[in-house]
Design a protein around this ligand. Sequence first.
Ligand code: NDP
Length: 232
Amino acid sequence: MIPNVLITGSNRGLGLEWCRQYAKAGWRVFASCRFPEQADALQQLAAEYGTVVMHRLDVTEPDQINALAGALAEYPIDLLINNAGVYYEKYDRPGQPIDYAAWTHTFRVNTMGAMRVSQALLPHIRRSQKRLIAVITSHMGSIAEIERPGSYYYRSSKAALNAAMKGFSLELGALEIGVLLLHPGWVRTRMGGPDGLLSPQESIEGMRARVEAFTLADSGRFFRYDGTEIPW
Ligand code: NDP
């Protein structure tokens, strides 16, 4: 039986590269995104690999999450990758008025979205071989690494994600389900911008190696793509 991976935010950036690499490695890829009908690059990948299946998923929409869990009822999910994220960088700056609606939305996607999807897919993950939830967080969620003002919505959403997922890893330990927190590095995507230090390919290769090497002793720990550990 080939392993199954479910990825959120698969239409571009790191999500698309996760899909590409796992498809190439022979996995069945459930590639979810908000608007499959507009996801040209993902459609091309699905045309190339019969093992890439597209699904609609906005991680802030409980009905869509439940519908996806139902549609995948017969499949074990070896690996769930909570990748979808938002960063309102232009508005999230020191000295600017706080946009509380944008801050709330950032939490709904980055923090609660990852938890909602993980909870809904637990039965599928539980009956798989690998039983792993990967959480794409950021070193910007590390309070220890804050050295300048700004990015309040993004940093707090990722710090909260880290706290929630660390606790969740303790809950899931009894079920032998792992939770791995990963920082992708600074990557050239729409979010990372053109000056990022890594290509999506390099970042995902690094994070895939962390997923490959994962044992339950790593559950609830926070690693960079290169395997170094990040302080909370
Ligand atoms: P991009 O901005 O390129 O892609 C973000 C993805 O998230 C898109 O597919 C987007 O879909 C999706 N998304 C946004 N909102 C939702 C939602 N409500 N439901 C489902 N999907 C949604 O970012 P990256 O690929 O760079 O980032 C991927 C992850 O890596 C994020 O969690 C980010 O925080 C993290 N990260 C990235 C870094 C970098 O340097 N690039 C550094 C540290 C962390 P749509 O096109 O429909 O908006």
